[in-house]
Design a protein around this ligand. Structure first.
Ligand SMILES: CC(C)(COP(=O)(O)OP(=O)(O)OC[C@H]1O[C@@H](n2cnc3c(N)ncnc32)[C@H](O)[C@@H]1OP(=O)(O)O)[C@@H](O)C(=O)NCCC(=O)NCCS
Length: 179
């Protein structure tokens, strides 16, 4: 892969060793390999990876329930953070999910995870509630939701984000966003 090109595509089983490495450096209570294997084959959802010449950079996993997309996981390897990888992953995931008819996106995030909260706010997520003692160490989760992603205001927000992305070349798996 050329140095400046990032590929975003659906996760495959052969990505999982690298996914696990990023997962373990990113979370105190990481998912197991079995959990990720399940996500690779889940039909009602989308598990995406971002790769470049360095290998796997990050991933995101969303689960569909009716018209809702529940973001279940998102992480970027430590030495690739701050480069916009998560922004591209979330943008790609949201656009591909919208094509499948998803209208609302939601997630839980640790109250203390300001970096992730900032990222989600960029995508129009608002805090609508909390789950007390949600995590195994007792920390609370904030529950965040988007407005109707199929509405004109949200589509405008996504277009603005797309325009503001730096000019790094990105290629997408055929069919993921563009038919
Ligand atoms: C959260 C995470 C996925 C962000 O990945 P990333 O690729 O570094 O994010 P990006 O470079 O695309 O930055 C996206 C936005 O996140 C926020 N952000 C990123 N780094 C930040 C920092 N050091 N401080 C504050 N906000 C930050 C900003 O809002 C940024 O947008 P901006 O560049 O327009 O200001 C990454 O930090 C990570 O893997 N953390 C550990 C796992 C985790 O917390 N996952 C989320 C669970 S809910």
């Amino acid at each position: 892969m050329k140095n400046d090109i990032m590929l975003i595509r659906k996760a495959k089983r052969e990505d999982l060793e690298e996914v696990l490495q990023v997962e373990r450096e990113s979370f105190d209570f990481p998912w197991s390999k079995g959990m990720f294997e399940h996500e690779v084959f889940r039909e009602e959802g989308l598990f995406l990876v971002a790769r470049d010449h360095r290998g796997l950079l990050g991933y995101t996993d969303v689960i569909y329930i009716l018209e809702e997309g529940h973001i279940a996981n998102l992480a970027v390897r430590k030495d690739a953070r701050g480069e916009g990888v998560a922004t591209l992953l979330v943008l790609t995931m949201i656009k591909a999910s919208m094509k499948r008819g998803i209208r609302f996106f939601t997630l839980e995030v640790r109250r203390s995870n300001q970096v992730a909260i900032n990222l989600y706010r960029k995508f129009g997520f608002e805090v609508i509630g909390e789950r007390r003692n949600y995590y195994m160490d007792g920390e609370d989760a904030l529950i965040m939701w988007t407005e109707d992603a199929q509405g004109p205001a949200y589509i405008e927000l996504l277009e603005g984000l797309e325009e503001s992305l730096h000019s790094r070349a990105v290629s997408f798996e055929k069919g993921l966003i563009y038919d």
